[in-house]
Every structure is written in C-alpha cells, then in structure tokens.
Design a protein around this ligand. Structure first.
Ligand SMILES: NC(=O)c1ccc[n+]([C@@H]2O[C@H](COP(=O)([O-])OP(=O)(O)OC[C@H]3O[C@@H](n4cnc5c(N)ncnc54)[C@H](OP(=O)(O)O)[C@@H]3O)[C@@H](O)[C@H]2O)c1
Length: 256
C-alpha cells in the first residue's frame, strides 16, 4: 500500500479539530516527516495548549504563528518555514483552517459573507501564493515522476456543503456564507490545478465529511481520529490522475 512519505508538511488551523489530529497522526507515524509545520493564529493562547503539549513530545512538530487572513502573518510564517527547511522545499500544504457563521437565506449578512470568504477563500489563496516557491522547490528536487502528496501538493479543505450538485446538509443548516465560500474554494483549487500543473504540484479539494469537532459538533457520525486516518491513507494514493478533483476523505471523487 502506498504511504504518504512527505519530508515536510504544513497544516493551517492546527491547534484543534481536524488540523490538530493531522499533526498528531503525522507525528506518531514510524517514518514521520522531518518537519511538521503546525500553524495556528494564537500559539500563546489557551486554545493552543494541546498543540504545545504535542510539540513538546515531538521535536519535528514546529509551531508557527499564522493568521490566514493577515498577509503580513502569512509572509512571516513563510519566512520562518523557509529558515527551518534550510534550502529544502515544502512537500505538502494543507489549507485546513476554516470558519462557518450560522445563517439562512433571510438572515445572511454582507459582513458574515465577507468574514467567511476572507477565512475560507482568500486565506487559502494567499497562503498558497506565499508557499508556492517552497512547493516548487520540493517538486524540482524530487526524483519521483508524476504528481503526489509526498512530492508537492496543495490540499484545500473543502466541504460537501459547497457542492452545487449535492448541497449536503441543507436541512441541517443553510449557512449561505459557508456554502458559497467552499464552492469558491473548489474553483480556486481547479484554477491552481491548471496553473501549477507545469510545476507538477498536485492540487485537490477535499471534503473531510461530517466529523466530531467544534465545527462538526458532537452530532457528527465520524470521530476525528478515524477521519484523519482515512485522509492520510488517501493522501498516500493520490497521483496526477486526481489533479484538480474534488474528493472525499476516502478518496472517492465527488460532484462539484
Ligand atoms: N468538522 C466537519 O464536520 C467538517 C465538515 C466539512 C468540512 N470541514 C472543514 O474542515 C476544516 C477543519 O474543520 P474543523 O472541523 O477541524 O474545524 P474547527 O474544529 O472549528 O477548527 C477550525 C480551525 O481553524 C482555525 N482557524 C479559523 N480561522 C482561522 C484564521 N483566520 N487563521 C488561522 N486559523 C484559523 C481555528 O483556530 P482558532 O482555534 O484560533 O479559532 C481552528 O484551529 C475546515 O476548513 C472546515 O470547513 C469540516
């Protein structure tokens, strides 16, 4: 079975939920990455305690401050990661950080829409731009042919709620801001997959499914542990055949 063998991985929003579990499971692998850049917006805050505990046990976990809506924070994070990598590239960028604001068609507000767009669309776009030189370097220095998450990849954490075909969870919550933002993130992913194909950087949109986290709530059917195990397994199998597609956590192709 193919395994993810990235030397370096960066996860946004890694102080809780799916992001924290990604960092935990990556760091607990026998052949773990040499660098796991666990980014979060407030490393000194109480919400980063679990991540700090994890980093204290695993020296490959480097906590880097990164607020995805703030260009100067993104630039500072890219500079710190570049320093850590000492000339090596970044193999896998996971744009995981995301927010949702409850709303219906009637109650949706321009302020909520733009706040959620800033976090869920503009953030991943800016973060990808900032880390592109490191992703390109990883691709160039890799002896592997074709595309893979072990070589150079951008994973944008999307949602079935953003599928125009499926509109998952409509009866559970209309959340117009969130749905529109994830649909836009899917389009960003398609654009990235075309724009970065020449660099052999794999770009995918991933729906993690409904997971027990602060966002998913305890009503969700999947534990974060089982979910992330499946996601990491999927990462190990992806190739250029999946460039620019929308996948679920098990690697099945979803309708846009
Ligand atoms: N859970 C689900 O059922 C589900 C379903 C479909 C898709 N997803 C997607 O999966 C991703 C992770 O979801 P989750 O369930 O783990 O969510 P979560 O438990 O709410 O965690 C969200 C993470 O994103 C961070 N974040 C939010 N805004 C940020 C910003 N501006 N800058 C940096 N970090 C920021 C949060 O940091 P703070 O602690 O600082 O707020 C937190 O670490 C999201 O993109 C979400 O849309 C989740």
């Amino acid at each position: 079975m193919d395994m993810l063998k990235a030397r370096s991985v960066l996860v946004t929003g890694s102080n809780r939920g799916i992001g924290l579990e990604l960092v935990r499971q990556l760091s607990e692998q026998n052949e773990h990455p040499e660098w796991i850049f666990a980014t979060c917006r407030d490393p000194e805050g109480s919400r980063a305690q679990d991540l700090k505990d994890l980093a204290a046990k695993h020296q490959e976990v480097k906590i880097i401050p990164l607020e995805v809506t703030d260009p100067s924070s993104i630039q500072a994070a890219a500079a710190r990661v570049t320093e850590h990598l000492q000339g090596a590239g970044l193999n896998l960028l996971i744009n995981n950080a995301g927010i949702v604001r409850s709303s219906t068609l009637e109650s949706e507000m321009p302020e909520k829409m733009s706040e959620v767009y800033k976090n869920n669309v503009i953030g991943p776009m800016m973060v990808s731009q900032a880390f592109l030189p490191l992703l390109r370097r990883a691709s160039q220095e890799s002896p592997q042919k074709g595309m893979s998450c072990s070589k150079a990849a951008i994973v944008n954490m999307s949602s079935g709620a953003g599928s125009i075909t499926d509109l998952l969870g409509w009866d559970f919550g209309q959340v117009i801001n969130y749905r529109c933002s994830k649909t836009a993130l899917n389009m960003l992913t398609r654009c990235q997959s075309l724009g970065y194909a020449g660099d052999e950087i794999l770009c995918i949109a991933l729906n993690p499914g409904w997971v027990k986290t602060d966002m998913g709530s305890m009503m969700a059917p999947m534990t974060v542990e089982a979910n992330v195990q499946a996601i990491l397994n999927t990462f190990g199998h992806l190739s250029e055949k999946e460039n620019g597609v929308f996948l679920n956590w098990k690697g099945m192709i979803l309708p846009w």
